[in-house]
Design a protein around this ligand. Structure first.
Ligand SMILES: [Zn+2]
Length: 406
């Protein structure tokens, strides 16, 4: 067997193509395989599949997987068919996707590596421009995303990510059931929710199937949800409310500090639940709350709110929340008075949590992955890269990647 015959069979070129020449070249080391179509063959017109004669050929080049330390490239004169009906068209070659500068096997390798490492690192490893690798990634990820089926999605969580230097916002929509990232769109609020309603229709779904939406208390998202998903419950979950309570407590501490209280090192003993603290911090928390009555009041308010969330009964929770708001309003703590107002204003959505028990857990679950995707795409310099990396890692997609073994 000649080297040309060996490569012909290793590449699985089919009967119309063969390796006519293989050449090893100097520095940097390169293996070039020149492919030739068998003389006199007819090719299918890519449009109507009729057998056609060759009009002319175009020089094309594809990068293939390295051959040991040699960068390997395939080169071929690709025929253009002349069809009576459709005119002149370049034919499909069996080893590469139309428009790609990589062979299918090389693309399979790129996709395999992309699951394990950032594009930058991959570019360095295989000595390739990252934009070319992104293009491969985008093709397979976008194709799989476009084909994903959302017909079973019932409960979603909506979250907003901001760019490092602000101003540009991205809205993420997640499936609560499996923490799958369904959609990432630029922008926020009404527009973003409208984009999701539209996307749902394109993914075998319908806005009427959505039963509940978890989100934070932002008026523009509420407006969007009411407009596009009028039948869905809007849910402000426990975690969002408790984050606000934590901020209210922190404001009390900062105010006391501004008034001269020695609370610099106290932040960690005031944060979080008592049972998560070390015995020393628990003791410190107790002392501080005794010493500064405002802090003590704030802590009680926060812990009581937490306890209300232990209720599984909506009616009971409603009675207790109303009572809590009264207490907070009379607490002479500005931040808690403000929180009481917020809770009263959004009471329906806050109580919906007790009906649905829907949380933003899905958001918590994928937030780290999305941050990683953002780093992979080097921040927001290119939104499409960011979205591609996020879908790839958090979209639970079925990628239709060529098989490495065929
Ligand atoms: Zn044709």
């Amino acid at each position: 067997m000649t080297p040309e015959e060996l490569f012909t069979s290793a590449l699985g070129l089919g009967r119309q193509w063969r390796v006519a020449e293989c050449r090893f070249e100097g520095e940097p080391k390169r293996l070039e395989l020149r492919l030739e179509h068998v003389p006199g063959e007819h090719f299918e017109c890519p449009v109507c599949q009729a057998s056609c004669g060759v009009h002319d050929t175009i020089d094309r080049r594809w990068r293939h997987m390295n051959f040991f330390q040699y960068r390997c490239e395939l080169v071929a004169k690709v025929p253009r068919t002349w069809c009576r009906t459709d005119g002149v068209h370049q034919i499909q070659v069996p080893w590469a996707r139309e428009g790609s500068g990589f062979t299918l096997m090389m693309e399979a390798l790129v996709m395999l590596l992309s699951a394990e490492m950032p594009v930058d690192a991959m570019a360095e490893l295989i000595d390739e421009h990252d934009t070319r690798l992104w293009r491969v990634l985008m093709h397979y990820v976008e194709q799989a995303h476009a084909q994903s089926d959302w017909s079973a999605v019932r409960r979603i969580a909506i979250d907003e990510t901001s760019a490092r230097r602000g101003r540009r916002y991205v809205t993420n929509v997640l499936d609560d059931e499996n923490s799958r990232l369904l959609l990432m769109v630029e922008g926020r609020g009404v527009q973003a929710i409208g984009a999701f309603a539209e996307a749902l229709r394109q993914h075998c779904g319908d806005p009427s199937q959505i039963e509940a939406i978890a989100m934070d208390m932002s008026t523009s998202y509420i407006k969007g949800a009411t407009q596009y998903f009028p039948q869905a419950s809007i849910v402000f979950d426990k975690f969002h409310v408790m984050v606000l309570a934590g901020k209210a407590l922190e404001e009390v501490r900062l105010q006391l500090q501004r008034e001269g209280a020695q609370l610099k090192g106290a932040m960690w003993s005031l944060r979080g639940n008592t049972w998560n603290l070390s015995p020393e911090r628990q003791a410190q928390r107790k002392d501080l709350c005794r010493q500064y009555t405002q802090l003590g009041r704030a802590m009680s308010l926060r812990e009581t709110l937490q306890a209300i969330y232990a209720n599984s009964d909506r009616q009971l929770a409603e009675a207790e929340l109303r009572w809590w708001c009264g207490w907070a309003a009379r607490s002479r703590l500005r931040s808690f008075r403000h929180l009481a107002q917020t809770i009263r204003q959004y009471l329906d959505g806050i109580l919906a949590y007790f009906d649905t028990k829907l949380t933003s857990g899905a958001i918590e679950a994928v937030n780290g992955i999305i941050q990683l995707a953002k780093r992979m795409a080097r921040g927001f310099r290119n939104f499409v890269y960011f979205r591609t990396a996020a879908y790839h890692r958090a979209g639970q997609l079925n990628l239709d990647v060529p098989n490495m073994l065929t």
